[in-house]
Design a protein around this ligand. Structure first.
Ligand SMILES: Cc1cc2nc3c(=O)[nH]c(=O)nc-3n(C[C@H](O)[C@H](O)[C@H](O)COP(=O)(O)O)c2cc1C
Length: 175
């Protein structure tokens, strides 16, 4: 029997536009960690459960596992530079971003870049290949502003365009 080649799922997923979040966590030694993430997914409404898939070996994932908590910062349209910063591997991410600790048992809140924030406690973790699926029980959701969400698809950041009462995904991507 001939073996099927292993498919590359990246073109598939780049054609699946999403919002953009930064997952943050405070390590037990008090150091803040965070990474840009589009793998956010809702799992259940009751109990309210959200999952993110984080690369194994990531210091942000390690902080999430060690502290048992993380925060989902949903970025608004004007926060593209924050998305880029938290995907860059830069070690001074938190020196270049305004953040605050609302609750010591949760992750840092990106108070300027986020429009909505969810604080989560780790409920379950599944390691699958090069990533870990982290289920979080949402303990608080806070809306910081009514700014529109930043979008990501086709390997580009994008913005919503308003048309009358309807909202359409704009292909006037921010480049
Ligand atoms: C738009 C975008 C979405 C991303 N989504 C994820 C994700 O869902 N999971 C992941 O592990 N990495 C994701 N990344 C890559 C991480 O943000 C990047 O590797 C980051 O440097 C990891 O931080 P770390 O140094 O804490 O590991 C994404 C990058 C971009 C630009």
């Amino acid at each position: 029997m001939t073996q099927q080649p292993i498919p590359d799922i990246r073109p598939l997923m780049s054609a699946f536009p999403t919002g953009v979040s930064v997952i943050t966590s405070l390590a037990p030694d008090g150091v803040p960690w965070g990474m840009t993430c589009t793998s956010l997914c809702s799992v259940a409404l009751d109990p309210p459960t959200l999952l993110v898939c984080l690369r194994r070996g990531s210091p942000t994932l390690q902080a999430v596992l060690d502290s048992g908590a993380y925060t989902i910062n949903l970025l608004h349209q004007a926060a593209r530079s924050t998305a880029e910063l938290f995907a860059s591997g830069a070690t001074d991410r938190f020196e270049r971003t305004r953040w605050a600790m609302q609750d010591p048992a949760c992750g840092p809140h990106l108070v300027e870049a986020a429009h909505t924030i969810a604080d989560c406690r780790v409920a379950d973790v599944h390691e699958i290949g090069d990533h870990a699926v982290v289920m979080g029980a949402a303990v608080a959701v806070t809306q910081l502003s009514s700014q529109w969400p930043l979008l990501y698809g086709m390997r580009r950041y994008g913005a919503w365009a308003e048309s009358g009462q309807d909202v359409h995904l704009s292909y006037d991507f921010i480049s």
